[in-house]
Design a binder for this molecule. Structure first.
Ligand code: AKG
Length: 250
């Protein structure tokens, strides 16, 4: 079975992406990004409250401000793989780093598609910056269920009775490797129970035939996040659906 066939039938695929030098560079870029101030020119940092105190959980809208990351995500092997999996030329739609520092929260079972306005055909991946393991909250996916949207609850996540009926498999990913997944592949993850970070880079690509919509996506997201007030349930919202289980630092 080719990689593309594996993706078509399972809705996910593991590929090697970075050699040791590439991984070392990515780690240093992410350290740099984590140190950017909160009041930047358009990038966004999000924090969660953990049992160790407030912790960075996500940074996004990064490539306008980082040449190395822009090159990695918008050319070469990453773009080629995204295009092969979409079966047409791909363009970057959005990008984020999830830090999942020790004590960092997991994500409720969801499909990404409802969180992405404007596009139909998209594929995402998780480039592991640190080894992702069951202990530190690797992704769990459901194979072969990427054809339809599933019933959701009020938060936009997969309804509990449906979650129970699905076969979830953890996918551990070695640092430097990439887990590609379809935007309708159901996925979730647990908290980081280890004493080390589980950082991962998540680019999402769409079919270029639908347009280059990255700027529109971030304009919309910045507007929704700027107008949103605090939440009554104490959770922190990082996505346009409510999949993140982390608690607010406020
Ligand atoms: O990083 C994780 O553990 C899961 C991330 C995820 O599912 C998401 O950001 O939508």
């Amino acid at each position: 079975m080719t990689d593309v066939d594996h993706f078509r039938s399972n809705g996910w695929l593991l590929t090697p992406t970075l050699d040791a030098a590439g991984l070392a560079a990515l780690r240093s870029w992410v350290d740099e990004i984590a140190g950017w101030p909160d009041d930047g020119d358009g990038w966004m940092h999000h924090r969660e409250m953990t049992s160790h105190g407030p912790a960075l959980c996500r940074s996004e809208n990064l490539i306008p401000f980082h040449e190395g990351l822009r090159h990695l995500l918008t050319s070469g092997a990453m773009l080629e793989t995204a295009s092969a999996l979409l079966d047409e030329p791909a363009v970057l739609y959005k990008e984020k780093v999830n830090y999942k520092l020790p004590g960092g929260a997991g994500y409720s079972p969801h499909q990404d598609a409802p969180a992405y306005p404007f596009i139909d055909a998209h594929v995402s991946c998780m480039v592991a910056i640190d080894d992702a393991t069951v202990d530190n909250g690797c992704l769990e996916v459901v194979a072969g269920h990427h054809h339809d949207l599933m019933p959701t609850d009020d938060s936009g996540c997969v309804r509990a009775d449906v979650v129970e009926s699905l076969a979830w498999e953890p996918v551990e990913v070695q640092a430097g490797s990439t887990l590609w997944f379809h935007s309708r592949t159901p996925h979730r993850s647990g908290p980081n129970r280890s004493s080390l970070p589980r950082r991962a880079l998540y680019p999402t690509y769409n079919a270029l035939s639908e347009g280059d919509l990255r700027a529109d996506y971030y304009r919309e997201k910045l507007a929704r996040f700027t107008s949103a007030g605090g939440r009554a349930d104490g959770k922190v919202q990082v996505s346009l659906i409510d999949d993140f289980q982390g608690l607010s630092v406020r």
